[in-house]
Design a protein around this ligand. Structure first.
Ligand code: ATP
Ligand code: MG
Length: 249
């Protein structure tokens, strides 16, 4: 399970985030960027956030520590902004916190060329998990203490929104046009050789087990298995889903 902490104070909204994440102080003396279950994107965005971020961490990307943040009803009335008050009321219970990286900058790949190996690794991760949210306009990458950190995986695992045929998702090529790393990658073949042996079914089962069952709906364990199946089948279908890098760059 992810570590569970309790929210003590709503500090500020992060207005640039589409899902209206908020900065929250918690009882472990921490400060987290919290994504709320009551936000428009709904709990599935949080499920994707946990699964893809924790896979990324196990592939040795830098990812802020994730926790669950318990919100009780007492926080909402103190909040003057009506929109935020509504969001807090709709999100009582477990939400998702990402350890706040103070002073982090948005990473600009047009100004600082990435290492080729890192670029290929990241594009592979996003292609496999079908991340539609890593464009050069909004890369969801932070620059902090001399390294690139990955955030915002809510728009990955897009299959979960309609659970179409697994074979179709497994084969579907990733559209890398506009992807922040596409101009810096020639091939995903070498990355795939390394990564496919790391993301075993054991690892995937360990990662889906981290998702709080409240976010999964009916039959949470069967839901967890579905995520593992879709990801495993897609992994096996490589290189069917590798992006066309000639048109993407
Ligand atoms: N752990 C963190 N530490 C520091 N800043 C963060 C962290 N997580 C998010 N942020 C900041 O908050 C912004 C919004 O976060 P995030 O991208 O996760 O939210 P979102 O609502 O999914 O955004 P969008 O869909 O608009 O990209 C980020 O662009 C970043 O500036
Ligand atoms: Mg974002």
């Amino acid at each position: 399970m992810l570590v569970d902490v309790a929210a003590l104070r709503y500090v500020a909204p992060l207005r640039e985030g589409g899902s209206l994440p908020g900065l929250i102080e918690t009882d472990d003396l921490g400060t987290y960027v919290v994504k709320f279950t009551g936000a428009g994107q709904g709990p599935k965005a949080l499920v994707a956030e946990v699964i893809t971020s924790e896979i990324a961490r196990r592939l040795e990307f830098r990812v802020p520590t994730l926790v669950t943040v318990e919100l009780d009803g007492a926080l909402a009335p103190a909040e003057p902004d009506q929109e935020i008050q509504d969001l807090l009321r709709a999100s009582v219970g477990r939400n998702l916190g990402s350890d706040f990286l103070p002073g982090a900058l948005s990473y600009d790949a047009t100004a600082f060329a990435p290492e080729p190996k890192f670029a290929a690794n990241l594009l592979w991760l996003d292609a496999w998990t079908n991340n539609v949210d890593r464009s050069w306009r909004n890369p969801n990458l932070l620059w902090w203490h001399g390294h690139v950190w990955l955030i915002d995986h809510g728009a990955t695992l897009t299959f979960q929104h309609n659970w179409g045929p697994v074979a179709e998702f497994a084969q579907r090529p990733y559209d890398a046009r506009g992807h922040v790393m596409a101009p810096h990658v020639n091939s995903l073949a070498q990355t795939h050789e390394r990564f496919r042996d790391i993301v075993t079914s054991e690892l995937l089962n360990e990662v889906v087990a981290l998702v709080p069952e409240q976010w999964l709906g009916e039959g949470p364990d069967a839901q967890r298995d579905r995520y593992v199946t879709y990801l495993t089948e897609r992994l096996k279908a490589a290189p069917a889903w590798f992006p066309n890098l000639d048109s993407a760059a």
